[in-house]
Design a protein around this ligand. Structure first.
Ligand code: MEV
Length: 311
């Protein structure tokens, strides 16, 4: 039996913009998905998905999940005609929109196959395999989710638009940041939202060019703020990033509500993270006390909230 792990992630800056070659900053979470692979007699493969999940998430993503497993198997040329693979997913990462659940699943599976069949894949190859799996979830993934899931830590990521190697720099924040992650409970389709943004961009290229220019400045300032441990500035920049996400229509009603609750309870900044139109919101808190206050306020309104440290 082989085993593999893939971390969840949160995008601090740059979801959607990253698809168009703009820089983004993501952090891996300390929660992860574990894949187990057992080889038995027979052929084909089965999957038992035991991950904790937002209600409705697994059902909505089922077909994509099945395709992504098949993509990973094909990419690694694993024989399923003379042996049967029994795949199990578990772990403490809540499968929800925005937390990199699909990437964590693909990464953990790539690592589990590596372990089972002693494939000797390095992290670069694991990342590439997870990216192939991610394609089933959204046709044109930027690659940021699988990269964060594979390498962990805080990363500065730029997708190469020419097909050459993406840029991935590990960052070290000089101060850990208290983060609250709030779950709207709504599962969004990344494929649909990314395609809709592309359509809006094609309809109004000038508007998007202006937004992209503003975003690029935010990303560069955020990199400096994080490295310097300037939490106030990081929060302000998150709010500015959120304004731009709102302009490109990916921040849904539930996202806005969660952002408001966080800001009204003292968050230094708050924004949606990941696909948007549901999914998750992140909020930066000044300290542990404030983090607790924000998460309690969110829970009081009937949403799940998780507390984590990043940096
Ligand atoms: C999804 O977690 C992030 C998006 O930017 C899509 C991508 O980067 O592939 C919306």
């Amino acid at each position: 039996m082989g085993i593999g792990k893939g971390y969840g992630k949160t995008i601090l800056f740059g979801e959607h913009f990253v698809v168009y070659g703009l820089p983004a900053i993501a952090s891996a979470l300390d929660t992860y998905t574990i894949a187990n692979v057992k080889v038995v007699e027979g052929n084909g493969w089965t999957v038992d998905d035991q991950r904790p999940a937002t209600p409705g998430y697994k059902k909505k993503k089922k077909d994509e999940a099945m395709r992504s497993i098949q993509n990973v198997i094909e990419h690694l040329n694993i024989d399923i005609t003379n042996q049967k693979l029994e795949i199990t997913f578990k772990g403490n990462l809540m499968a929800a929109s925005g937390v990199g659940a699909s990437a964590a699943q693909c990464t953990s599976l790539a690592r589990a196959f590596n372990d089972t069949f002693d494939l000797k894949l390095d992290d670069e190859k694991i990342n590439k395999t997870a990216y192939e799996g991610e394609k089933a979830y959204h046709g044109t993934p930027s690659g940021i989710d699988n990269t964060a899931s594979t390498y962990g830590g805080l990363i500065w990521f730029i997708k190469s638009l020419s097909g050459s190697k993406n840029t991935m720099d590990r960052m070290k924040a000089s101060k850990k940041m208290h983060l609250v992650i709030a779950n709207s409970g709504i599962t969004a389709s990344t494929t649909e939202v990314v395609a809709d943004v592309r359509r809006l961009k094609e309809e109004n290229p000038e508007k998007f060019e202006k937004i992209f220019k503003k975003y690029k400045i935010i990303a560069e300032e955020a990199k400096v703020a994080l490295i310097n441990g300037d939490i106030n500035k990081t929060g302000t920049l998150m709010n500015e990033n959120q304004n731009l996400l709102r302009e490109i229509t990916v921040s849904g009603e539930a996202n806005e509500k969660l952002v408001d609750i966080a800001l009204q309870t003292g968050a230094l900044g708050a924004k949606m993270t990941g696909t948007g139109r549901g999914g998750l919101v992140i909020a930066v808190a000044e300290n542990e006390e404030s983090q607790l206050k924000i998460s309690k306020a969110i829970e009081t309104k009937g949403y799940d909230a998780w507390k984590t440290m990043i940096g």
